[in-house]
Design a protein around this ligand. Structure first.
Ligand SMILES: [Zn+2]
Length: 376
């Protein structure tokens, strides 16, 4: 076993076992999430009115090149803590565009692992060894994971919403284990964790990307994660590993069976006996070294990032073409063909300006720029 000792594993097992026997896990998780939300709310109220505001909001970023020094923000973009400038806002706009609404239906467990930062994966592989589902309601599963040794808490809580669960639950068609695997374990999901890493590094990304559940974060992580890199903390990564393992598949098959055959849409808590058994199975998996290591596929990660930037360029191109056609039709109807032709010329100038902006933001390259320009 790499990165941790058998003693570490035993210790984590023992501690989590004691925790599940104690009960009231759901109540504790609710309390933590609520208090996190309250804290964030309190620090956000009034903040936007201050000259040295902490949270960089959408409206501030939108100003982009028009940004002046009415407010002083700091960023670590480029490495060191310094004052934020116009170029930073343009860089932030680009980062947002490459993520915004790309995962409105959710993101898959595999994508999360592939897009994760190596440091988060290493921490998950060496510190966070166990994740266990403690309750489920209509496709929202509450997981408990261990915390790292140096953490000030003993456990963490991760919520996962399986996007296709309701469909499978309500579908009159017979359901196979393969369906569950494809649509749930390998399907789209949304998530949140109660830890600081998720809250300060990743919650904003989850909110704009569309794969967050729980509170929406609108403040850009200009200090902690200005590049918007990575995707999930070590606790979420361990949960994703569990979801992709045979144990995770069995769990979801059983839950869905219950929801389909008995009453749907009710809370299903695992008994402390079932939880102890689940933890024991994970110890065995580690001892056999099966389905426990979190390994990312770098090639898939690059493909996914390329897909996003291509989509941004295509969306922009479509948007330009659409407004073009609409205006043409309108003017031709209202003012006749000559006026429409005049407008086309004006619009071409505007379109070129839009393309130049894309080029400047680095969302398209010179070859794409030339190609799109010819098509105008
Ligand atoms: Zn976490």
């Amino acid at each position: 076993m790499a990165g941790f000792s058998p003693d570490d594993l035993q210790q984590i097992h023992k501690q989590l076992n004691q925790r599940v026997e104690k009960g009231s896990i759901a109540r504790e998780a609710n309390r933590i999430f609520r208090s996190n939300d309250k804290q964030r709310q309190q620090s956000g109220i009034e903040d936007h009115r201050n000259a040295t505001a902490v949270f960089l909001r959408p409206q501030d970023i939108e100003k982009g090149v028009q940004y002046d020094i009415e407010k002083v923000f700091k960023t670590t973009l480029g490495g060191e803590l310094r004052r934020l400038n116009q170029q930073d806002l343009i860089a932030f706009q680009k980062n947002i565009e490459l993520l915004q609404d790309h995962y409105v239906k959710g993101i898959t467990a595999k994508q999360i692992i592939n897009l994760a930062l190596p440091i988060d994966i290493e921490r998950a592989n060496t510190q966070i060894l166990m994740a266990i589902p403690v309750r489920q309601k209509a496709g929202m599963v509450h997981f408990l994971t261990n915390a790292s040794k140096d953490s000030d808490v003993k456990e963490h809580h991760v919520n996962v919403v399986f996007s296709n669960y309701r469909n499978l639950m309500l579908s009159p068609k017979p359901m196979t284990e393969q369906d569950v695997k494809r649509h749930l374990n390998y399907g789209k999901l949304k998530f949140e964790c109660d830890c600081g890493r998720h809250t300060y590094w990743y919650q904003y990304m989850a909110s704009i990307g569309g794969y967050g559940c729980g509170r929406i974060e609108e403040g850009y992580p200009k200090i902690r994660n200005p590049e918007l890199s990575g995707v999930a903390c070590k606790h979420v990564l361990r949960v994703m590993r569990y979801i992709l393992s045979p144990l995770g598949m069995n769990y979801l098959v059983k839950q869905l069976r219950k929801d389909r055959s008995q009453q749907a849409n009710i809370k299903r808590n695992e008994s402390s006996k079932a939880l102890s058994r689940g933890l024991e199975q994970q110890v065995q998996a580690f001892e056999k070294n099966t389905n426990t290591q979190i390994v990312k596929n770098e090639r898939k990660a690059i493909q996914e990032l390329a897909r996003r930037s291509q989509r941004v360029a295509q969306d922009r191109q479509k948007e330009i073409a659409r407004s073009h056609r609409q205006n043409m039709r309108r003017i031709a109807k209202e003012q006749g063909q000559q006026a429409a032709e005049k407008l086309v010329k004006q619009q071409q100038i505007q379109d070129v300006q839009k393309l130049q902006q894309l080029l400047r933001l680095g969302l398209i390259d010179q070859a794409q720029f030339n190609r799109f320009k010819q098509g105008l």
